[in-house]
Design a binder for this molecule. Structure first.
Ligand SMILES: [Zn+2]
Length: 84
């Protein structure tokens, strides 16, 4: 293998790791909380930050309510978080 080929290979590897970095940066660890419709069992994952925003105005102990995109029924949280 010539030195030139080595350099080109190194360059390709650098570009690859840059792509990985950009992808991870773009992918901001979004957490979804599974909500499930009590009427049609449709699963509708809601991003955690939406749940947090909707919980903000509620009294302690109240839970945000979401509605099924399929039948407009009530969505319930599929599993409660361990700390509750
Ligand atoms: Zn439904």
């Amino acid at each position: 293998m010539s030195e030139r080929e080595n350099k080109e290979r190194d360059k390709a590897e650098q570009e690859e790791s840059l792509d990985d970095y950009l992808f991870e940066d773009d992918d901001e660890e979004e957490i979804f909380i599974d909500y499930i419709c009590v009427d049609c069992q449709c699963l509708d994952p809601v991003p955690e930050f939406i749940v947090a925003e909707c919980s903000y105005d509620l009294k302690p102990g109240e839970k945000p309510e979401f509605f099924c995109p399929e039948c407009n029924g009530t969505l319930v949280r599929k599993k409660e978080p361990a700390e509750e």
